[in-house]
Design a protein around this ligand. Structure first.
Ligand code: SF4
Length: 98
């Protein structure tokens, strides 16, 4: 499970419903296009995708710039490149981000 801890320091309750619960986190951090597609497929069927994406984008936005400039892995159905584009919409997709 990849989802983050909440502000209370405890995992949010929605994590119990996550499609990635109990899966190897490495599945979501493979740099290949095929690997990212596989992870995104898991996310696409996740009943808490919206909550996960919202929490992840918020966590990246609140942290140091490096957290949102170079996000990694597939979380909330978005690759690192896609989340970078959310934070920096004027820059377009970075070619070197995974
Ligand atoms: S959207 Fe993806 S990363 Fe987020 S909880 Fe669901 S399966 Fe896990």
């Amino acid at each position: 499970m990849l989802a983050l801890f909440g502000s209370s320091g405890q995992p949010p309750a929605w994590r119990d419903q996550a499609a990635c619960k109990g899966q190897d986190p490495e599945r979501f951090f493979r740099p290949s296009h095929h690997g990212q597609q596989d992870a995104a497929t898991v996310c696409a069927g996740c009943p808490v995708l919206d909550r996960c994406r919202e929490d992840q984008i918020g966590w990246e936005a609140r942290g140091p710039a490096a957290r949102r400039y170079r996000p990694t892995g597939v979380v909330g159905g978005l690759t690192g490149r896609e989340r970078h584009a959310v934070h920096y919409p004027a820059s377009g997709l970075r070619k070197d981000a995974a």
